[in-house]
Design a protein around this ligand. Structure first.
Ligand code: SAM
Ligand code: SF4
Ligand code: SF4
Length: 327
């Protein structure tokens, strides 16, 4: 069974934000003072999340990504991973993390059924990394990646956001990482979210420009990765790793969109760029049946827009911070 939206896209992927809290304050994601987190009671509980996943799996969702905020600051995450991996139909569970606490949790997460991790890393220089994340320790990220590899959470994907004048001089170094390691490096265009002071068109480095820069290392050969959603992948000849581009600002490949987002507050967000959200938490807490929750899931799928309008010089909509939506 699969579920298709109005534009005949198969929706088989759910991103789940388990918290809007974070142990870092990346300059592109949050203001210096952070963002007031929602109260514990407003967070969807692990049993509630598992219930939503079970109903979604009945509709054809096969892949789940756990994100946040920083998912590893939520207690007992392996318990949730184990519950989700026991859901019939779920074939793949992955996690997006800043890596600060990955070393401690990688093994337990893998044992619970986690398959892969994406690690956000925006500089290879310790001091610059600390500045971008406002306090992060790059050694912890490297130790986390190493431990995740040992636990078999591969391929490990690195998410890097090039910011002009801040870290864009490292684009080629990140590209080179894919030559001798099996890392997947994904370059993400900077989006106008929580960090209004930092975002500008000039600060955002387009996929086209990044591609041009990494191509200096060697020609990029297209790689077909099944169900890659709105990301596009390439590799250098003979390289073990892969380079990906995610281009929300210049070309988001919405025609291959396959996802829904479940926020930490228990709403379904049909599209990253649309403010529409459908509340699941209140009906579930009022005692809704699985049939009713299923109806709301179907409604979210049917509410997916065909595409988001690519922002222009004249018009930019600022999004809620990704820590709130679930990046
Ligand atoms: N805390 C975890 C982390 O940093 O990996 C997971 C949540 S974070 C919101 C998920 C992803 O969103 C990260 O890879 C981060 O780089 C990305 N992100 C956050 N703000 C962004 C922005 N303004 N533009 C593009 N990507 C952004
Ligand atoms: Fe935290 Fe991730 Fe946002 Fe950085 S990008 S502040 S690590 S939620
Ligand atoms: Fe899907 Fe919306 Fe992202 Fe387009 S912008 S790929 S429709 S979530």
């Amino acid at each position: 069974m699969d579920i298709r939206d109005k534009y005949d896209r198969v929706i088989d992927y759910m991103r789940i934000s388990v918290t809007d809290r974070c142990n870092l304050r990346c300059i592109y994601c949050m203001p210096f003072e952070g963002i007031r987190p929602i109260g514990y009671k407003s967070l969807l509980g692990y049993e509630e999340i598992t219930r939503v996943v079970t109903i979604a799996a009945g509709l054809g969702v096969r892949k789940v990504r756990i994100t946040g905020g920083e998912p590893l600051v939520r207690r007992n995450l392996p318990f949730l991973v184990e519950s989700i991996s026991a859901v019939e139909g779920i074939e793949d569970i992955s996690l997006t993390t800043n890596g600060q606490a990955l070393k401690r949790h990688a093994r337990a997460l893998a044992d619970a059924g986690l398959k892969r991790v994406n690690v956000s890393l925006d500089s290879l220089y310790p001091e610059r990394y600390r500045e971008i994340t406002r306090g992060g320790d790059i050694d912890e990220v490297f130790k986390g990646i190493f431990e995740a590899e040992r636990a078999g959470l591969e391929p490990i994907k690195i998410n890097m956001i090039p910011l002009r004048g801040i870290n864009d001089d490292e684009v080629e170094d990140f590209g080179r990482l894919t030559v001798n390691t099996s890392l997947h490096v994904r370059f993400i265009e900077f989006m106008p979210t929580g960090s209004r002071d930092l975002w500008s068109w000039d600060r955002c480095v387009s996929t086209e420009e990044i591609k041009g820069r990494v191509s200096k290392i060697g020609p990029l050969l297209p790689v077909k990765i099944r169900k890659s959603g709105p990301a596009r992948y390439f590799r250098f000849e003979g390289a073990s790793g892969v380079i990906g581009f995610i281009s929300p600002m210049t070309h988001h490949f919405c025609e291959s969109c396959n996802r829904l987002r479940l926020t930490s507050e228990g709403t379904l967000r049909p599209c990253l760029f649309s403010e529409t959200e459908i509340d699941l938490k209140a009906p579930m807490r009022r005692g809704s049946t699985d049939k009713e929750v299923e109806r709301l899931l179907r409604l979210a799928v049917q509410s997916k827009p065909e595409r988001h309008s690519i922002p222009s010089e004249q018009h930019v909509d600022y999004l809620k911070p990704l820590s709130k939506i679930g990046g």
